[in-house]
Design a protein around this ligand. Structure first.
Ligand code: BTN
Length: 241
């Protein structure tokens, strides 16, 4: 079911209501308290984009394999963009990029029950027809900016919903290697030399070599050839504006 709201605080917060079921989508034309990663807010021009949350109940998935859900969601987005002729990449962990710009942000919130994953709220902010952004945002883009034309938001939502659920069913059937290898080969900056920052502010040059099944990013340090692994928040991409 798709539940539509003109206005909500955050669709991710609304999605916590146990009334909603697996596969349901909670979508708002406007969020007054849209949430992003790392405590940031998510701003989106009213009526131009998609801001929604998808409910999943991945009770079949061990907790330590929850990164596979990120893979399902990211690949569902990449597949949907491909249907519109847009080549998108996955910026570890959950951002979708076109070129050097961010077109989708995701906030995935898992809750546990009885030692397993009980519910996943996948909050997705996808820029579609917005062409002007707050200059304080680092590097936003939209489908309209990339393609030079407007898109039907309902069509994007229904394709995306179908693509994510199809990959989710593949995960349920156990096609984990397929998801891992597709995620890896679609990674932004895979195999390229770029600078990265550590939490202490130091900068190093490295090459992304892939991602562990548990989600750690693998970067080869060009200074000494060592392969290091990083958890979320342990390393930051340096991206020019
Ligand atoms: C990020 O890149 O920081 C994540 C942004 C996630 C935004 C979406 S919009 C729909 C859902 N509801 C929220 O409050 N946040 C997510």
């Amino acid at each position: 079911m798709i539940y539509r709201f003109d206005i909500l605080g955050s669709t991710n917060d609304e999605a916590r209501n146990p009334l909603y079921r697996e596969g349901d989508v909670i979508i708002a034309e406007r969020q007054t308290a849209g949430r992003g990663q790392r405590g940031h807010t998510w701003e989106s021009a009213e009526g131009k984009n998609l801001t929604f949350s998808l409910i999943l109940e991945p009770k079949f998935l061990p907790i330590n394999e929850q990164f596979l859900l990120s893979e399902v969601l990211a690949l569902g987005l990449v597949d949907t963009f491909a249907e519109y002729g847009i080549e998108a990449k996955i910026k570890w962990t959950n951002d979708i990029y076109v070129g050097e710009k961010k077109i989708v942000g995701m906030l995935i919130e898992n809750s546990l029950g009885g030692g397993a994953l009980a519910r996943t709220i996948a909050g997705i902010g996808l820029n579609i027809n917005q062409t002007e952004f707050d200059p304080s945002l680092p590097n936003p883009t939209s489908m309209a900016l990339v393609a030079g034309c407007e898109f039907d938001r309902e069509d994007v939502l229904s394709r995306l919903h179908a693509n994510i659920l199809s990959l989710y069913e593949a995960l349920r059937r156990g096609q984990k290697e397929m998801l891992q290898s597709r995620y890896r080969s679609t990674m932004y900056r895979l195999g390229e030399k770029h600078p990265y920052a550590l939490p202490d502010g130091s900068i190093f040059e490295g090459i992304i070599r892939g991602v562990r099944p548990s989600g750690e990013l693998l970067i080869e340090h060009t200074a000494d050839g060592s392969l290091q692994e990083y958890l979320f928040k342990q390393v930051e991409f340096i991206i020019k504006k």
